[in-house]
Design a protein around this ligand. Structure first.
Ligand SMILES: [Ca+2]
Ligand SMILES: [Ca+2]
Ligand SMILES: [Ca+2]
Length: 231
């Protein structure tokens, strides 16, 4: 490779991040395997995404996480926890009978994550979420909310909606610029009679995070320097 080609590569490396493509995953469709502890896998060519479901429903006092059942309905992914039956309306991600959670894990770090929540019927649409850069698969079984920080999750974020049957797009504000995991559920805490939140997740979009351009650029400059010295 000659000097000009290397220089062209360096410039390309600087410019490319601006062209990083947004990916989207439709999470509605035909039902998959329905079992407690199941994993749903979605792919958009370049990057895969998986979903596992959890209920903070362990024990009679619901004081820790246990696996839930992730189910794909025509209007999105719903969660049935171990205290619920698989029936309307608690087949959704909700805080009516214990708190349901969905753990979304991307194959690599992403930015600009948007999650569309869509209620079946008229329900409140408040959410709570946490983001993390997970380095391994996590098993939330037996853990509580206070254990999330140890796993690498940032501060809790609440994003409040209103009662409606309309879908709502949540723009995830990550605890870090890029992250590979989002734990999202119906809002944590007392909701009141009309405040119970229920929805399904009917779409996720994200942009793959790219390595720091300055680092790539410096590496290439270094290579050019080495090449020049060898001539
Ligand atoms: Ca329980
Ligand atoms: Ca549920
Ligand atoms: Ca609410």
């Amino acid at each position: 490779m000659n000097l000009y080609a290397l220089l062209a590569c360096a410039i390309l490396a600087l410019v490319l991040p601006g062209f990083s493509q947004s990916l989207s995953w439709d999470t509605d469709g035909t039902p998959g395997t329905e079992a407690f502890g199941n994993t749903l896998v979605f792919a958009d060519g370049a990057l895969g995404m998986s979903i596992t479901s959890w209920g903070h429903t362990h024990g009679r006092k619901n004081d820790s996480f246990e696996s839930g059942k992730s189910i794909i309905y025509p209007t999105g992914v719903g969660v049935t926890n171990r205290d619920e039956g698989m029936r309307v309306p608690e087949h959704q991600i909700d805080n009516g009978r214990g708190n349901d959670w969905v753990l979304i894990v991307f194959d690599s770090a992403v930015t600009d994550v948007k999650i569309e929540v869509d209620p079946y019927g008229v329900w409140d649409r408040d959410v709570t979420y946490y983001t993390a850069n997970l380095s391994r698969d996590v098993d939330l079984s037996g853990l509580t909310y206070s254990d999330l920080a140890d796993l690498g999750f940032g501060e809790r974020t609440d994003d409040l909606g209103t009662r409606s049957s309309e879908a709502r797009e949540i723009e995830i504000q990550g605890a870090t610029t890029s992250f590979n995991a989002v734990l999202i559920g119906a809002q944590l805490g007392k909701q009141g009679f009309r405040g119970v939140d229920r929805f399904k997740i009917d779409g996720v979009s994200a942009t793959p995070a790219v390595p720091e351009p300055s680092v790539t650029f410096l590496g290439l400059i270094g290579m050019i320097g080495l090449l020049r010295r060898r001539r």
